[in-house]
Write a protein that binds this ligand. Sequence first.
Ligand SMILES: Cc1cc2nc3c(=O)[nH]c(=O)nc-3n(C[C@H](O)[C@H](O)[C@H](O)COP(=O)(O)O)c2cc1C
Length: 200
Amino acid sequence: MSRDPLPAFYDDLDASLAELWRLLADGVGRNGSAFHTPALATVDGAGRPRLRTVVLRAADSAAGTLRFHCDRRSDKAREIGRAPLCALQGYDAAAKVQIRVEGEATLHTDDAIADAAWAAAQAMSRVAYGGEPGPGTALPSGDAYVLPDPEAAVTLGRPNFCAVGVRATRLDFLYLDRRGHRRAGWRRDGAVWTGSWLAP
Ligand SMILES: Cc1cc2nc3c(=O)[nH]c(=O)nc-3n(C[C@H](O)[C@H](O)[C@H](O)COP(=O)(O)O)c2cc1C
């Protein structure tokens, strides 16, 4: 049996919700965090699930929103444009916490949100958005694509850049512990989150 003290959120539903958002916010800022690079699920036009890693760029507990960035030429942008439902998932093996977020995604390409995200993006990140051809295009060889230099990427990449806002509607928190796992879920009703413990 583990002798570690139980975490403060162990049997506290509100503290578990706070811990969920704390871990997501920590993931935004910390490269090594599991929640820095969650899996993002979308649904394609045939109803097939699609999954890939993205970098979490913002997590706002008060608004219940997240943000990541992608290329507007990518499958994920196309899929969100068609069916704006998505899910994000991460598991932090050190914290023994899995977080799942389901929500509504909005593509920001030509508005103030996209402009601010592009302005804050690092030069290295911008380069990928200026690449040709676009993500997922079949290539005759592995190196048959070009990337602009960082200076040119500022203008070449911007038209392809997309900030994606996710308005969370369902949250799921799972903490693993030999003394008894704890799982909790919340649903949004307007600005209010209603949660309950769930059988793990
Ligand atoms: C660690 C890591 C971080 C990534 N971050 C992003 C990201 O923030 N945005 C993005 O569009 N793709 C990101 N990717 C690439 C995607 O996982 C994926 O391969 C690519 O975007 C194509 O996905 P799609 O065809 O489903 O659109 C990342 C991949 C890895 C391994």
